[in-house]
Design a protein around this ligand. Structure first.
Ligand SMILES: *Cc1c(COP(=O)(O)O)cnc(C)c1O
Length: 427
């Protein structure tokens, strides 16, 4: 293929490339294992001297086809599919951080990721410093130390819907000799491709828009292939010096610009095993086939809902970067000119109880612990997803106790607005 395909074509044609007589639709390779003819052939696989399938914890053809599609969508050299978005962010960090290391993250990130970083990784000896993503670069750089190994942020944050200045973050990371890891779950590669703005690694909770139908939990890690690990040889010896568990193989030497993603499969996935199942990969692939059709509808619906909320006397505030007077409007115009996503945050007049009364009065817009799928839904982070966080941590993560997260689906927007309107009348 000479010309690079457009994004909508990759959504449908990317990944699975059947040969003569093979299944046109991505088949589910429901097999843990794969056959070889000689002991020698198998041995070479274990030494990473040949590529090929041998055990589905490491690689499976169905899962790999979906990974290849997602890598193409994001513009990376390769992707690893994981059992969840949590596993994706965990592995993305763990692939280059070990006990004694440190990384820097935006504070405004998904609650589950915040807990992973602040509590679980800390117990493993990996320390994080949270920074205000809107602060000037000089402020953010103060968080860097000699043992800092990465910078992390979300394109559009969950649940606050803040937009990240990816280019600013990329410059800070690169100036300090570390890769930028971006969780691109909310924008999806349809609306933003962080690698084009300097991100080195991209992660996803594919559970959200990519699947889009709320049927399969999953995650992805995409390697841009752009970060020069050898230029930071001493910082990333895990990639630039021999791996004893593979007879002294050196990832940067043997796999070039696919060093990071190869290590992630052959070491982190081998040892920790949170891989995506072939069934879930098949379902995810169906979702991806319409991602480019669904995202514009999510965005246009959300824009109308945000404008409606903004004008309503019982609504205190709305955060949606598509609104002209939104704090993140300019950044959104730069990074997501076609629209960001269907998720917004707002508050109704009154207190926390009024927020709950509003949500309980909604008819088809459901209260669910989910976001970013075809069906409109709401959630109150302070009493649901983020209830483990203290008030101070909530504040730090940019979450007001009265914040309602609204995920606008792809139903008819008139009906979505009508449901919201009748629930507001209860207040
Ligand atoms: C949901 C979410 C995650 C976690 O993903 P799971 O698939 O639920 O494990 C990570 N990051 C963001 C931005 C999310 O919205």
């Amino acid at each position: 293929m000479t010309k690079k395909q457009n994004i909508g074509t990759i959504c449908i044609q990317g990944g699975w490339q059947p040969k003569k007589g093979e299944s046109r639709v991505l088949p589910i390779f429901q097999s843990t294992t794969f056959k070889y003819e000689t002991s020698e052939q198998m041995a070479r696989l274990f030494d990473l001297e040949d590529s090929g399938y041998f055990y589905s914890r490491l690689q499976n053809p169905t899962v790999d086809a979906v990974g290849a599609k997602i890598a193409a969508l994001e513009g990376g050299v390769g992707a690893v599919m994981t059992s969840s978005g949590q596993a994706a962010n965990f592995y993305a960090i763990l692939n280059i951080c070990q006990s004694g290391d440190h990384f820097v993250s935006a504070t405004t990130i998904y609650g589950g990721t915040y807990n992973l970083f602040a509590v679980t990784l800390k117990k493993m000896g990996i320390e994080v410093t949270f920074v205000d993503a809107d602060a000037p670069a000089e402020e953010i750089e103060k968080a860097f130390r000699p043992n800092t190994k990465a910078l992390f942020g979300e394109t559009i944050s969950n649940p606050g819907a803040n937009v990240l200045d990816i280019e600013k973050f990329a410059n800070i990371a690169h100036k300090n000799g570390v890769p930028l890891i971006i969780d691109n779950t909310f924008a999806t590669p349809i609306n933003c491709r962080p690698i084009e703005w300097g991100a080195d690694i991209v992660t996803h909770s594919t559970t959200k828009y990519m699947d889009g139908h709320a049927v399969a939990v999953g995650g992805a890690i995409i390697d841009s292939g752009n970060f020069d690990w050898e230029a930071q040889h001493d910082k990333f010896t895990c990639l630039t010096e021999p791996d004893e568990s593979y007879h002294g193989l050196i990832y940067t030497k043997n796999f070039g610009n696919a060093a990071y993603i190869t290590k992630l499969v052959s070491q982190v996935m081998r040892d920790l095993g949170a891989m995506m199942s072939p069934q879930n990969a098949f379902l995810l692939n169906l979702g991806l086939e319409t991602l480019h059709l669904r995202m514009p509808r999510h965005c246009s619906n959300a824009q109308k809902v945000a404008e409606f909320l903004k004008a309503h006397p019982k609504v205190k505030w709305v955060n949606y970067s598509g609104l002209k007077d939104d704090k993140y409007y300019e950044l959104a115009q730069k990074y997501t000119p076609e629209g960001g996503c269907g998720v917004m945050a707002f508050a109704v007049e009154g207190n926390k109880e009024d927020a709950i009364r509003f949500m309980d009065s909604l008819k088809f817009i459901a209260i669910v612990t989910h976001v970013a799928d075809a069906r409109s839904c709401v959630l109150h982070p302070a009493s649901h997803t983020h209830r483990q966080l203290s008030d101070a941590q909530l504040q730090e993560a940019g979450i007001n106790p009265d914040l309602i997260r609204l995920s606008v689906g792809i139903e008819d927007v008139e009906d979505i607005i009508a449901d919201i309107e009748q629930a507001l009348q209860v207040l």
